[in-house]
Write a protein that binds this ligand. Sequence first.
Ligand SMILES: Cc1ncc(COP(=O)(O)O)c(C=O)c1O
Length: 183
Amino acid sequence: MTRPQGILRPDVLAMTCYPVPDYRLPANLAAQLGERLVDVALNRYPEPRPTALIEKIKRVMQVPAACELLLGNGSDELISMMSMACTKPGAAVVAPVPGFVMYAMSAKFAGLEFIGVPLNVDFTLDVDALIAAIKTHNPALVYLAYPNNPTGTLYDDADIECVIAAAPNSLVVIDEAYQLFAQ
Ligand SMILES: Cc1ncc(COP(=O)(O)O)c(C=O)c1O
């Protein structure tokens, strides 16, 4: 029998897992969820484009009418979709490091080159280094997590605008997954 080591990509085998601590919902929340779920047709595939939900989110979150909305099963799925959609020979991803680990992992899984640009010692953006990396690698994707995980930094607006202005050929993703825990 062929050993998996001979089949699996060495760079994937060399990766370490993304640890997620065990967590259970509080009992009252689990009960409330259960009451709602009995009415959901779980035996059916979900709607591919849940228009009513999208319209409601746009209204509640005051999303400008001209903006499109794509829903994912958590932001990890959206990150993975973006990596897959941008994969081409030579395509790259630029993001500050330390940053959210899935940017690098998802890029590597999809065969994109990942370029991590170290933050300044006070965890602010090293704008010059980021702009230099963008000019050198012309990335398909640039990620800025706001606030950043794991440093908790809320980057300076002017710094973010400089990075966006320096990347006219890239999709610049402002990832606000932890926005609810920030000011
Ligand atoms: C910056 C950032 N983006 C995305 C995610 C993934 O979030 P989700 O649980 O919605 O997949 C995390 C989770 O830690 C995160 O820190």
